[in-house]
Ligand binder design. Structure first.
Ligand code: NAD
Length: 365
């Protein structure tokens, strides 16, 4: 069989980024050996480490590499070292927002799945979270994060504004992604907005319903974001696909991580019309960086999403997700998903969790 070769742009970033990325690369190599696929991984800088080395969070060389790659795998950016309230200073997040914008990555898919083996890891009642399988489809290149930001002084009083703007084309294309995703899942889209207060919310609702007319088999439900925040905790089983704008999606997906048990389990795919990017939903976790205790599964599952959504290697992707399932089912845990009842010998470090997954892929379980 001839060897397939894919160019992967690897952006470990800051904090726990490099540790969890190392695990994901080991897993990719293992699955590549099994499927005769070579992943040619080239690393570049983004975020705080790029600010230190080049003075900006997204160097041109990184962007060039990302554009020419078959897919981009990112760790996380940021940390207290680069925190600043000076709007003129570079911030690590500029790297993240910049690469999303430059690659046109408008659709962010964030699966939230509750593993049977981890129902007790959630602070919510096991009966409430058991079987939950939600896909959050978040608009990623519009809204509040990409509008004008300004701080001005008016009569000696500092005053800041951030502009939230959406046009109907932006809403329509993300709505279509949500309906298409629902069509191969449970067939239900909950569209989350703030239509009772915001013009952007009313436009969102109108355009989503217009697009919905083309998907008659999909059930569409509107929900205000404040209610959604409550429903996610009260009755998460009602959700299949949650479609929402940028800021709401950012917040709701962190909230939804509580269902799964840890942010360290949540992967994401950011898709546009060209090269796609895959990254965990969590940040750089500076509080646990360098201690070999971070959960690498969100990064590993992001690599699995890259195999499926970015490279069309569905079997390889399934090998990775099955290995994660098997390792969890066998009782192996990182500290964030361990419980009082977990035997200490089953609590693994970042590297050791990676070794278990690689071994599982190699055993062809
Ligand atoms: P965070 O997601 O980094 O951490 C929140 C909490 O979750 C922390 O207690 C952390 O230890 C824990 N956690 C996160 N990932 C984990 C993992 N894989 N395993 C175990 N525990 C994990 O959010 P934060 O603390 O608000 O932000 C830290 C930095 O990350 C900030 O600089 C922030 O701007 C940045 N950030 C980056 C991204 C990104 O790169 N996509 C996203 C969010 C925040």
């Amino acid at each position: 069989m001839s060897l397939q070769r894919y160019e992967i742009c690897v952006l470990p970033g800051d904090g726990i980024g490099p540790e969890i990325m190392q695990v994901a690369l080991d897993v990719l190599r293992a699955v590549g050996r099994k499927h005769d696929v070579e992943f040619a991984c080239t690393e570049a800088l983004v975020g705080g480490c790029a600010i230190d080395a080049c003075g900006c969070a997204l160097p041109e060389a990184t962007l060039d590499l990302a554009r020419s790659a078959d897919a981009v795998l990112l760790g996380a950016v940021g940390g207290p070292r680069w925190d600043t309230v000076d709007p003129d200073k570079p911030r690590p997040e500029d790297g993240l927002l910049g690469i999303r914008k430059e690659l046109g990555l408008y659709a962010n898919l964030r699966p939230v799945r509750v593993y049977d083996a981890l129902v007790d890891a959630s602070p919510l009642k096991p009966d409430a979270v058991r079987g939950c399988d939600i896909l959050i489809v978040r608009e990623l290149t519009g809204g509040l994060y990409f509008g004008d930001h300004e701080t001005v002084e008016v009569d000696g009083v500092a005053c800041a504004h951030d502009v939230m703007e959406y046009d109907e084309l932006e809403v329509e294309r993300i709505a279509r992604r949500a309906f298409e995703a629902a069509a191969i899942r449970q067939g239900k889209v909950t569209s989350v907005d703030k239509a009772n207060v915001l013009d952007t919310g009313r436009l969102w609702r109108k355009v989503v319903h217009r697009a919905a007319a083309e998907y008659p088999d999909i059930e569409i439900v509107d929900m205000l974001v404040d209610n959604c925040a409550m429903q996610l905790i009260m009755n998460p089983g009602q959700f299949d696909v949650i479609l929402t704008e940028n800021t709401f999606g950012d917040i709701l997906s962190d909230e939804a991580s509580v269902l799964a048990g840890s942010l360290g389990l949540l992967a994401s795919a950011s898709l546009g019309d060209g090269t796609s990017l895959f990254e965990p939903c969590h940040g750089s976790a500076p509080d646990i960086a360098g201690k070999n205790i971070a959960n690498p599964l969100a990064q590993v599952l992001s690599a699995a999403m890259m195999l499926a959504h970015g490279l069309g290697l569905d079997e390889a992707a399934s090998d990775v997700t099955c290995a994660v399932d098997a390792v969890l089912a066998d009782g192996w845990r990182t500290a964030d998903i361990a419980q009082d009842t977990t035997d200490a010998a089953h609590v693994l470090g970042t590297r050791e969790m990676g070794e278990r997954i690689v071994a599982c892929i190699e055993e062809e379980r």
